[in-house]
Design a protein around this ligand. Structure first.
Ligand code: XLS
Ligand code: NI
Ligand code: NI
Length: 451
C-alpha cells in the first residue's frame, strides 16, 4: 500500500464490536469474520466484495441532479492520474473495511481512448497497479465484467446490436476483458446485458438478437478456455432499465434461454435484490429458482424501495430480506462454490461524505451477517425443515408414495378419488398456520440478534 498518502483520513480498521457495545459509529455489530457458525467462518459464508463502480466512481447523480459525492481523490483532474489515485484509495478502503474481494467493469478502472487499442493501453496500466497491490494485500477478485452499455456506440445493443460492427467491437472488448480476468485471477466472470433488450418490438428481430447473444456467450467461453481462464461464467438477470424490456428478464427466463442455447453447462446466475423486485419477485424467489435448478452462482447485494420504481441500488438494511436470502444460501450449503456477496450498492445522494461509503458497507455487511445468524439458528433447530417435512408427508406412503414412484396413473387416481366425499377431502388438508410461522420467524430474528 502507498503509505505516504491516506485517503480515508480519520478512519481506522473497522472492527467487530458486537451489538451490545455498539449503538452507532464505525464498527460491526453482527459481522465477526473469523467466528464459525453453521460449520464455516462467517467470512467464508459471505465472501463480501466491494463494487468499484459504485464505491469509487459513482458521483451520486440522479435523473434530475448532478453528482454530490465528495471523494478524497477529487483534486486529480487528469483522467489517468485520477484512475491511478483511485487504485491507492481503493486498496486502502478494502484494508480498512476488512473485505477480501473486489469486483469491477473494465471501464470503471481507466478512461477510454479513441480506439480500443488506446483504451486497452490505459486499462492495462491500471491493471498492472492492481496486480501489484494484490501481491501485497492478498485481495482477490470475485468477478470482473465488461461495460457495454455506457458509451453511445452501444445505444441499440451490444452483442444484440443490429449493427455487425458493434458486435465485432464487443467481441474485441470482451477478449481483452477476459485476458484481464485471467491476470487478476477472477473467480467468476459476469455478463450483465445493460443494452441487451429492446425499446420496441416493431423494429426488432427478437429471435435473431437472442441468437447473437447466445453466440457471443459461446465465443466468450471458448476464448476463456483457450487462454486457460477458468472463471465461472455468470449471467445477471434484470427485467428492464435501461431498455424497456431486457432479454435476461429474471432467473426463470434466463435459465430457459441458457437451456435453449446450450449454455447451462458453463454458465450460472448472478442475482441481485433490486433486479428481483423490478421483475415482480422477491430476492428469495430468484435465489430459490436458481438454486433448485443447480444454477446459483453469486449474489449482488442491494435492495430496492417499494416507493421508487427504478434500480436504486440501496445498501441492504432490511433484516427480513437478508434473512430470507441467507436462508436460501444456508439451504444451498454456500452461495455457490465461487459465489460471494458483491455490494452493487451506493449511498443515497444526500450521504455524500467519504465516510458514508464505510457506513454503507457496514450496514450491508451487518445486515447479511445478521441474516446468516438467523438462518443458521433456524436451520440448527430444524424449524422450517420439520414444518416442510410435515406439510408434504402425505407423499411418503399410500397414494402419495404411488404418485412419487410413478406407480400411479390417471386411471388408478380416478379410482382412488372418485367416490371420496367432500368431508374426507377437506380433512386431508390442514391449516398451515402461516401467521404463526411468521411470528416464529420474527422470534428467531429478535432472539438470535439479541444474544
Ligand atoms: C446494473 C447491474 C450492474 C451489474 C454489472 O443494474 O446490476 O451493476 O451488476 O454490470
Ligand atoms: Ni443493478
Ligand atoms: Ni448488479
Amino acid at each position: 500500500m502507498d503509505t505516504k498518502t491516506s485517503y480515508w483520513k480519520g478512519i481506522d480498521k473497522i472492527q467487530y464490536v458486537g451489538h451490545q457495545d455498539k449503538k452507532s459509529g464505525l464498527g460491526f455489530q453482527y459481522y465477526n469474520p473469523e467466528e464459525v457458525i453453521g460449520g464455516k467462518k462467517m467470512k467464508d459464508w459471505l465472501r463480501f466484495a466491494v463494487a468499484y463502480w459504485h464505491t469509487f466512481d459513482q458521483r451520486l447523480v440522479d435523473p434530475f441532479g448532478d453528482g454530490t459525492a465528495q471523494r478524497p481523490y477529487d483534486k486529480y483532474t487528469d483522467p489517468m492520474d485520477l484512475a491511478l489515485a483511485k487504485v491507492d484509495a481503493a486498496f486502502e478502503f478494502y484494508d480498512k473495511l476488512g473485505v477480501d474481494y473486489l469486483c469491477f467493469h473494465d471501464r470503471d478502472l481507466a478512461p477510454e481512448g479513441d480506439t480500443l487499442r488506446e483504451t486497452n493501453k490505459n486499462l492495462d496500466k491500471v491493471v498492472d497497479k492492481i496486480v501489484e497491490y494484490q501481491k501485497t494485500s492478498g485481495m482477490k477478485v470475485l468477478w470482473n465484467t465488461s461495460n457495454m452499455f455506457t458509451n453511445p456506440r452501444f445505444v441499440e445493443g451490444a452483442a444484440t446490436s443490429p449493427y455487425a460492427d458493434i458486435f465485432a467491437y464487443c467481441a474485441a472488448q470482451l477478449k481483452h476483458s477476459l485476458e484481464i480476468g485471467k491476470r487478476v485471477g477472477s473467480e467468476n466472470y459476469v455478463f450483465w446485458g445493460g443494452r441487451e433488450g429492446y425499446e420496441s418490438l416493431w423494429n426488432t428481430n427478437m429471435k435473431e438478437e437472442q441468437e447473437h447473444a447466445a453466440k457471443f456467450f459461446h465465443m466468450a467461453k471458448d476464448y476463456a478456455n483457450e487462454i486457460g481462464f477458468d472463471a465461472q461464467m455468470l449471467l445477471e438477470p434484470k427485467p428492464k432499465e435501461p431498455t424497456t424490456h431486457q432479454y435476461d428478464f429474471d432467473a426463470a427466463t434466463t435459465i430457459a434461454f441458457m437451456k435453449e442455447y446450450g449454455l447451462d453447462k458453463d454458465f450460472k446466475l448472478n442475482l441481485e435484490g433490486n433486479h428481483a423486485n423490478l421483475a415482480g419477485h422477491t430476492y428469495q424467489h430468484e435465489i430459490r429458482t436458481a438454486r433448485e435448478a443447480g444454477l446459483l452462482g453469486s449474489l449482488d447485494a442491494n435492495q430496492g424501495d417499494k416507493l421508487i420504481g427504478w434500480d436504486i441500488d440501496e445498501y441492504p438494511s432490511n433484516l427480513y430480506e437478508t434473512t430470507a436470502a441467507m436462508y436460501e444460501v444456508v439451504e444451498n450449503g454456500s452461495i455457490g462454490p465461487r459465489g460471494g456477496l458483491n455490494f452493487d450498492a451506493k449511498p443515497r445522494r444526500s450521504s455524500f461524505a467519504p465516510e458514508d461509503l464505510f457506513y454503507g458497507h457496514i450496514v450491508g455487511m451487518d445486515s447479511f451477517a445478521a441474516g446468516l445468524r438467523v438462518a443458521v439458528a433456524m436451520k440448527e433447530d430444524g424449524f422450517l425443515d420439520k414444518l416442510k417435512k410435515d406439510r408434504y408427508s402425505s407423499y411418503e406412503s399410500g397414494i402419495g408414495a404411488d404418485i412419487e414412484s410413478g406407480k400411479a396413473d390417471f386411471k388408478s387416481l380416478e379410482k382412488y378419488a372418485i367416490d371420496k366425499p367432500q368431508s374426507e377431502l377437506i380433512a386431508a388438508t390442514h391449516s398451515d398456520h402461516l401467521e404463526e410461522v411468521k411470528d416464529t420467524i420474527n422470534h428467531y430474528i429478535i432472539d438470535t440478534l439479541s444474544k
